[in-house]
Structures are given as structure tokens and as C-alpha cells.
Design a protein around this ligand. Structure first.
Ligand code: SF4
Ligand code: SF4
Length: 61
């Protein structure tokens, strides 16, 4: 399981990139993406990216 970033909601603020414990979030083109192979949904903890995202752009994939 993994989360994804909705490009239409992402303001490219960059907050999530450094919160992800698995470095699953990176820039691609003009938005951020989550690599589904690296996202573990924070191993049962509340997802860090969801916690920091100001626009609720990180959602279940
Ligand atoms: S849910 Fe956790 S592991 Fe997955 S992208 Fe967000 S911060 Fe990274
Ligand atoms: S925290 Fe939210 S708005 Fe900011 S770059 Fe990440 S997904 Fe985009």
C-alpha cells in the first residue's frame, strides 16, 4: 500500500519531502510524487506527509 500526491492539489511547497522517513517523495517535473515502491504508509504510524501537507494533497493511492 502507498499514498499518492494529487498534482492538482499540490502547491509544491516541499514540506512533505523532508518528513518522509523513507525518502519516497521527490520532485518530478513541476510537482511532487510518491514512489509507491518506497512508501510504507509510515508503517502504521499516521502518515507524515499527510500531517504536514497544507492542502491535503497526500491521499490513499
Ligand atoms: S505515508 Fe509515510 S512513507 Fe509514505 S510517502 Fe508519506 S511520509 Fe513517506
Ligand atoms: S506537503 Fe503537500 S502541497 Fe507541499 S509539496 Fe507535499 S504534497 Fe505538495
Amino acid at each position: 500500500m502507498a499514498l499518492k500526491i494529487e498534482a492538482g492539489s499540490c502547491t509544491v511547497c516541499g514540506a512533505c519531502e523532508f518528513e518522509c522517513p523513507n525518502a519516497a517523495i521527490s520532485m518530478k517535473g513541476d510537482t511532487y510524487i510518491i514512489n509507491p515502491k518506497m512508501c510504507t504508509e509510515c508503517d502504521g504510524d499516521s502518515p507524515k506527509c499527510v500531517g504536514v501537507c497544507p492542502t491535503d494533497a497526500c491521499v490513499p493511492a
